[in-house]
Ligand binder design. Structure first.
Ligand code: HEC
Ligand code: HEC
Ligand code: HEC
Ligand code: HEC
Ligand code: HEC
Ligand code: HEC
Ligand code: HEC
Ligand code: HEC
Ligand code: HEC
Ligand code: HEC
Length: 272
């Protein structure tokens, strides 16, 4: 962890002697309070590594794990000693890790922001937006999940540490995540609409949209991305009518109302 070959631990009292402020903020912190190392003399060195050489040198920064960008991997490794399980399990090799986003880009140990989870920023959304700026405009769109209202946050859908699903989605699949809160869309349906079964984001943008209901595009254009020329039977209505009607409000949905799937015996075209 340090450039030194020495593994001599010197103990918290020694550190405190030269780092009164850091010792005080540590003592007041969750780690200090939860006492995971308080019983041990090696509280500081659990994260910063053995400090023998550092103290002997009178405090040379290169002799201690300092969590600066330069020692990033040493820093993550120090945290992962205790946090390799649970929520953080898939960190190594995940997209944030791969892009050199480290624990201390999101967390602060000595002087965290208010709120839970030792986050660096005042709240989670503010934290994420410091790097994902372009998402800010999505959240402001007319149709949105209630994130800006403070009722939902990014980690309701994402695990920022890593996951086994694309885009750090915290579920077995995107759809499984959506079903957690929109259970009625899970079915089972007698008649599945293939894209809804496959991936909700074929039609919805979970971050925000200027079309109603978080839709990626307006109906009928949304439907026409996949159904360029529906073969509508002329006996039921004039086919040329479809395009005319399509420009009105609900367009295709006037007739095909159960677009997520149908349980009606004759619902194979999602009209009931
Ligand atoms: C749980 C891990 C952890 C423990 C325990 C810990 N530190 Fe830190 N320390 C960090 C991290 C991470 C930083 C980088 C800044 C931050 O996150 O607050 C840091 C920063 C520092 C700094 C740089 C100046 C500053 O305040 O930001 C000093 C000095 C320091 N720690 C000393 C100590 C001392 C002394 C102790 C024991 C009393 C201690 N640390 C315990 C993780 C830890
Ligand atoms: C003899 C006094 C002394 C002792 C004992 C000492 N330090 Fe330091 N430490 C310093 C000085 C001085 C610096 C500043 C070095 C610099 O800025 O180049 C420093 C730097 C650091 C840094 C890097 C801060 C930064 O800004 O990157 C950390 C972390 C740190 N010390 C932790 C510890 C820990 C943990 C202990 C106990 C194991 C400890 N120190 C013991 C004097 C000491
Ligand atoms: C020696 C073991 C150890 C090390 C090293 C360690 N932690 Fe912790 N950490 C703990 C314990 C114990 C808790 C308290 C867990 C609890 O309350 O359930 C904790 C709590 C946390 C929490 C808050 C969890 C919550 O529920 O609010 C975060 C975030 C965290 N640690 C991040 C870090 C980071 C970042 C590092 C590296 C800079 C680190 N930890 C290093 C043991 C450790
Ligand atoms: C991209 C930002 C980000 C990075 C990088 C990050 N975290 Fe977190 N961490 C969060 C957020 C946000 C939460 C709270 C929401 C959650 O639990 O997912 C959290 C929660 C935690 C918790 C509490 C989890 C629980 O059980 O509820 C621990 C422990 C933790 N982080 C440790 C780490 C460690 C260790 C690293 C580095 C290996 C790390 N984090 C890297 C953003 C991050
Ligand atoms: C309702 C669930 C949900 C919420 C809440 C959510 N996301 Fe997502 N996010 C997803 C899904 C699903 C994907 C993958 C499909 C896609 O790209 O639309 C994704 C993809 C992403 C991507 C990668 C692709 C892209 O669009 O750039 C980023 C970055 C992202 N989310 C960041 C965030 C941030 C930051 C927040 C909080 C402000 C957030 N997400 C809130 C579900 C969500
Ligand atoms: C320090 C900067 C930083 C912070 C803070 C940060 N991210 Fe990221 N995130 C990145 C980078 C870099 C990537 C790689 C892709 C890219 O370049 O956009 C990324 C990618 C992602 C992706 C896309 C994954 C994929 O497979 O496409 C998601 C989702 C994501 N971040 C969510 C979050 C969430 C949620 C938070 C807040 C808890 C967060 N990020 C905080 C830098 C950051
Ligand atoms: C943590 C719970 C949660 C998760 C997970 C979730 N949602 Fe939502 N969703 C909500 C809430 C809350 C609302 C707002 C309901 C309201 O205002 O009545 C909502 C509303 C919606 C709406 C309607 C928006 C509108 O303008 O009426 C759509 C569409 C939607 N979600 C799609 C998704 C998709 C797709 C996913 C998966 C990527 C998803 N949701 C995941 C909680 C969630
Ligand atoms: C083929 C496109 C399509 C797919 C795929 C799709 N939806 Fe929808 N969704 C729509 C349309 C169109 C509406 C608006 C319906 C209306 O206004 O009557 C809607 C509305 C919604 C609403 C709000 C109104 C309501 O019915 O509750 C939620 C929530 C929702 N969808 C969730 C989901 C979830 C979860 C998935 C994935 C299982 C999904 N959608 C997949 C097209 C789709
Ligand atoms: C991402 C592509 C996609 C989108 C967008 C989409 N669909 Fe579909 N739809 C399909 C597929 C694939 C099938 C199954 C076709 C088959 O079995 O031949 C299907 C089937 C249907 C069927 C039943 C066809 C049959 O013969 O059983 C109807 C009706 C339908 N879609 C209406 C809609 C409407 C209305 C919308 C817009 C709200 C829409 N679709 C959006 C891909 C899509
Ligand atoms: C006025 C009512 C009405 C409107 C509006 C309408 N449809 Fe249909 N659609 C039907 C009827 C009726 C059928 C045939 C049902 C059957 O055979 O049971 C059908 C069949 C379909 C089929 C399955 C047969 C095929 O052609 O593959 C698709 C796909 C479809 N419609 C898509 C659309 C799309 C996309 C829109 C909007 C652009 C739309 N419909 C608008 C009534 C309508």
């Amino acid at each position: 962890m340090t450039a030194s070959s020495s593994a001599d631990y010197i103990g918290i009292q020694e550190c405190r002697g030269c780092h009164e402020d850091a010792a005080a903020s540590y003592g007041a912190s969750l780690h200090g309070q939860k006492g995971f190392t308080q019983k041990s003399d090696h509280a500081c060195e659990a994260c910063h590594g053995p400090g023998g050489d550092h103290a002997a040198a009178g405090g040379d920064a290169s002799t201690i794990t300092s969590f600066s960008k330069k020692t990033r991997s040493a820093g993550n490794a120090a945290c992962l000693q205790c946090h390799e399980q649970g929520a953080v399990m898939h960190f190594a090799g995940g997209i944030h890790d791969a892009r050199k986003v480290s624990c201390t880009d999101c967390h602060r140990i000595h002087h965290p922001g208010q709120g839970a989870e030792l986050l660096k920023a005042t709240d989670e959304i503010a934290l994420c937006l410091t790097c994902h700026h372009t998402m800010r405009s999505d959240l402001m769109k007319a149709s949105h999940h209630p994130m800006r209202e403070g009722k939902m946050t990014c980690s309701d859908c994402h695990n920022p540490h890593g996951s086994t699903t694309d885009a750090l989605v915290a579920g077995d699949s995107i759809n499984d995540k959506c079903y957690e809160c929109h259970a009625e869309k899970r079915g089972p349906f007698l008649w599945d609409h293939v894209p809804a079964r496959e991936d909700c984001t074929h039609c919805h943008d979970p971050h925000g949209s200027n079309h109603q209901r978080l839709l990626n595009a307006r109906v009928p254009y949304l439907c026409q991305r996949c159904h360029s020329e529906p073969r509508h039977p002329g006996t039921l209505y004039d086919a040329s009518n479809v395009n005319t009607r399509a420009i009105y409000n609900r367009a295709c949905l006037n007739c095909h109302a159960t677009v997520h799937g149908s349980n009606h015996p004759s619902g194979q075209t999602f009209m009931r």
